[in-house]
Each structure stands twice: as C-alpha cells, then as structure tokens.
Design a binder for this molecule. Sequence first.
Ligand SMILES: Nc1ncnc2c1ncn2[C@@H]1O[C@H](COP(=O)(O)OP(=O)(O)OP(=O)(O)O)[C@@H](O)[C@H]1O
Ligand SMILES: [Mg+2]
Length: 415
Amino acid sequence: MTMSKQTHIVGVDLGTTSTTAIIAEAHEGELEVLGVGVAASSGVRKGAVVNPEAAADPIREAVEEAERMSGLVAESVYVSMSGTLLRGVNNHGVTAITHSDHHITHADIRRVIETASLVTLPGGYEIIDIHPQEYIVDGQDGINDPIEMLGTRLEVRAHIITGPMTLRRNVIAAVNRAGLLVAGVVLEPIAAAEAILTHDEREYGSVVINIGGETTSLAIYQRGAVQHTAIFPLGGSHFTSDIAFGLRTPIADAERIKREQGCVTPSLAMELDRTTVNVPAMGHRPSRTLSREILCQILQPRAEEMLHQVRDELRRSGFERQLSSGAIFTGGGALLKGLPALAEHILDYPARLGEPQQVRGIAGERPSALLTTALGLVLMGCRGRRLPQAATHHPPGRLLARTAARVRHWLSDLF
Ligand SMILES: Nc1ncnc2c1ncn2[C@@H]1O[C@H](COP(=O)(O)OP(=O)(O)OP(=O)(O)O)[C@@H](O)[C@H]1O
Ligand SMILES: [Mg+2]
C-alpha cells in the first residue's frame, strides 16, 4: 500500500495497563482505522509515565504492530496523558480591542487566551493544555469563533489543565525513545470524549467516565466545550485485587474471573447463564466452586465506592444538575457487567457504555471501550484540531522554557 505521509494519523494511548496504537485515515468525514497494535504497558503508574525508558518498549511494540497491519509508517503521533496530579481549572481572560476598525483578529484571541492562562501554579507545575469554552464580545456570550466580529472588549472562558512539569516531559521522552515524534499531547478523558460523544451530548451536558487500570478519569461537556476534568486513583486493577484477596486466588486467575464472570450487582448474577465460578486456589490446593453471587458481592462495594467518588466530584464541579445527556462510560474497567445500571442508580442519570462515533474498521475481537482513547487521539488529529504542542526532539532546555513563553508558543500553534 503506498500513501503519502500526510494522509494518515497515529494515536498512542499510554495507559497504565496497556499501550494502544491506532493508525487511521479520514475518508468522507469518517475515520477509517487501518492498523491497531496493543502491548502490555510498563513504566506507567496511575496513568503517569514514571519511567520513560521502560514505557518506550511497549510504545514501539504497539506502533510496529499497527504499522504491519496497515502497511504504513508512523513518524509522529498524538499521545494521551494522564496522572492523578493533573488538575483542571476554569479561568477568565479579558482584553481591549484597540485597533481602529474593531475587527477581532487571531492576535486578539491569542492575547485574551494569554490573559486567561495567568493562573497561580504550585512550584514545579506548568500549564499543560488550554481549552477555550466560549468567547464574550462586548458582553454578548456564547460565541465559539469571534474572528472578524466587531467589538471593543473581548473575553474568554477557558478550561486549563495544569500539572507537574515532569509529567508531560516524561510522556514526550517515552515517545521519543521509541523513535517517534510527538504531534500533540492530550489529556486522556478529553481524547476519550472526542471518540464517543455525539454533538448533542457535548452541547446539552454529559460526563465521560473513563475507567482504566489504575485510574478513573472524567470530563464534563456542555455548550460544546469541556467544563471540568478530574482523575482519581481507582481503576479496574482494584476490582481484580479484591477478587484475588476475597477468593484467595492468584492475580492472573482473579483477572480472568473478573472479565469472564464479574458483575457488580449480585441480583443480576442470578439471572446470568453461568451461576457458579470455578476458583483456582493458591499453591497446590484444589480449586473450588463458588456461587457467582458471591463474586458479585465482592465487586459491588468497590463499584459503589468508585461511583460515589464520581458523584462527589460532579457535585463539586457545580454541573451535577445540568448534565441532561447523562453519563457515558468507557475504558476497560467499564466493561464490568452491570456497571452502567448501578451508575444510573447512584448518579441518578441515564448511563451507558460509549460507542465510537464516525469510525469504521474497528470491528474485531477487542471491545471498543479499550480503544476509545487511541481513537479519540486520531480523531483529534484527523479533524485538524490544532493541539498545543509542537513536534518534539527538542532539547530539554526548550521543554523547560518559562510558562509565559510556552503559552505564546502554543497559542501560535492554536491558530
Ligand atoms: N471484559 C472486561 N471486564 C472487566 N474489566 C475489564 C475487561 N476488559 C478489561 N478490563 C479491565 O480494564 C482495565 C484496563 O483498562 P484500560 O486498558 O482502559 O486501562 P489503561 O488505559 O491501561 O489504564 P489507565 O487509564 O488507568 O492508565 C484493567 O483493569 C482490566 O482488568
Ligand atoms: Mg486509559
């Protein structure tokens, strides 16, 4: 297959459990996935790359698999970023339009976003990403694109992601060590939302809840923009260790039992096909047969703990009563049976498992919930969304440049 380098986009989801690479092309407004590669992650803890050297091998492995499948070569990639130390804050910026004709220009937008990005940062923290939510021109709010509008006062509201400087640098270092350039770095729940939210869900209010291996991340959307983000240190691996501990079975068996027979509502367990679970024991002891209801009784409290944390975060966000399109789950941890139903009960919203939108070519043995973040990354690339990081291989000094200079650099990339 011969194709020009520019036509395909590569996304790499650097997860705690697995590293997933997707190579895709845009065709008539739809994304066609041409290659998928998955490798077991290393060097990632609670969503954050802690050892770039260790994280590079699975990146290389996953990308090579996707390259083989697609017959294409990856050079620069959009990569996900996560970590429980990341914080999302909303801020407001304002600037005067002083030129004589009062037409708003790209330079005015750059300036107003720069004022919105003046947030107080703890020592060692930096701004990682800026997502404009709306512009306000002479008091008129709800404007998505003010270019060429007439005005004297331009305001912006923006969601700003901040985090320790080392977090993003480690992600870039891992990708570079795998021999690839970085086209953009995107917060995981924002990439996931890109893949699964419909236009209406984005507009009328919804929350994407991505349950990974060691983290659960969420992103609230309303009026077409991200309004709130959060990441907790609780994920699918906690369910696995609860089974291993509760049923005294090795981790690998607990993981298999969870995937094949796990369920978070014991009453549902009785309605399912297999009502008993074969549990291998530690050491040389014989395996046991238990009721599936017992397995689900072990999983339910953890699911409730997770959903209560999500509910508390939604309350803190101030958007709890404004999410008319409800909760959309994704990530491997969301594949646990009964989770959306339990979420409806606890969150009091309609809840469902997300389905990738406008994507073809992913039918296969892997559930799409495991591919969502990587799909969102390629979608962001394909839709020409400008992302605030230039391709790398920059010397480290450049990556540590002062925040103000960085913001200017991103802004020039945004437009
Ligand atoms: N069928 C399934 N049923 C229940 N859980 C599952 C299933 N398939 C995968 N999981 C769980 O999903 C988790 C991994 O999900 P995912 O690949 O989205 O995480 P990750 O991106 O590697 O981690 P993170 O987002 O925390 O960095 C694991 O805990 C795994 O046990
Ligand atoms: Mg993940």
